[in-house]
Design a protein around this ligand. Structure first.
Ligand SMILES: [Fe+2]
Length: 112
């Protein structure tokens, strides 16, 4: 049904309100630094935060809800792999030491 043939009243008799979603772009939450290293550091931080949140999800469902537990474990593994990949990209050529403390060894930013 196109907009021009929509009835002016809803099925319950109330006037139909225009529900056109806003196309406005919200506030951007990044640091507005656009060099590759800054972007990668931001990405590494985001992977760490996601890892914390999936660990937070895992605690209450572990041993109780198999599907959610499996999902949380898979996402934790994926976030660890992503963080390791970003960490590799942040190293200088030939460096083998980790750029940052491992995401799974750093202090959690999520309240327990
Ligand atoms: Fe990721």
């Amino acid at each position: 049904m196109n907009r021009s043939c929509m009835p002016s009243r809803c099925a319950n008799g109330s006037p139909r309100r225009a529900t056109i979603p806003s196309f406005t772009i919200g506030l951007l939450l990044d640091s507005h630094q656009h060099d590759i290293a800054a972007t990668l550091r931001e990405s590494l931080e985001a992977e760490g935060q996601a890892l914390d949140l999936y660990r937070q999800l895992l605690r209450p469902v572990e041993g109780k809800l198999v599907g959610l537990e499996e999902f949380a474990r898979q996402m934790i593994q994926a976030k660890k792999v992503h963080a390791a990949e970003v960490d590799k990209m942040l190293r200088k050529p030939g460096e083998v030491a980790s750029f940052a403390p491992r995401a799974d060894q750093r202090r959690s930013t999520v309240p327990a």
